[in-house]
Write a protein that binds this ligand. Structure first.
Ligand code: 5GP
Ligand code: ZN
Length: 110
């Protein structure tokens, strides 16, 4: 696959897996921005920034996974971020949700 996150979800590129089911894959970010920093991605490739391609049930499922995994990790305070487009800081163009926790967060974000 030409997509990094498709390759990670398929297990072709190793990652530190946090959670997996039929729809979603979650793994620790390689360059963590907080003591806890993992990414939740749909296994299906959803590319366009801000356009979920009508896959809203998949997006909702990602948030169910975020709820479950944070609960399992004992994390009650966290931030979810999805960068849409280069101006917003997106660098991998496969839909993903950052989950950050374990330190004070600034608001507004930089
Ligand atoms: P974006 O900048 O697109 O919102 O987020 C992409 C994230 O993917 C970044 O936080 C970056 O550190 C992470 N990342 C990039 N390449 C890899 C990789 O090969 N493995 C893992 N685990 N994370 C990666
Ligand atoms: Zn992909």
């Amino acid at each position: 696959s030409e997509c990094l996150f498709c390759s990670i979800a398929a297990g072709e590129i190793p990652s530190s897996k946090v959670y997996e089911d039929d729809v979603c894959f979650a793994f620790n970010d390689i360059a963590p921005q907080a003591p806890t920093h993992f990414l939740v991605i749909p296994k299906a490739h959803i590319a366009p920034a801000g356009d979920y391609g009508g896959k809203f049930r998949v997006v909702a499922h990602c948030f169910e996974v975020i709820s479950k995994v944070t609960k399992d990790l004992g994390i009650a305070q966290f931030r979810v971020v999805s960068n849409c487009g280069e101006q917003a800081g997106q660098s991998v163009f496969h839909l993903h949700f950052h989950v950050l926790a374990g330190r004070d967060m600034t608001w507004p974000p930089g």
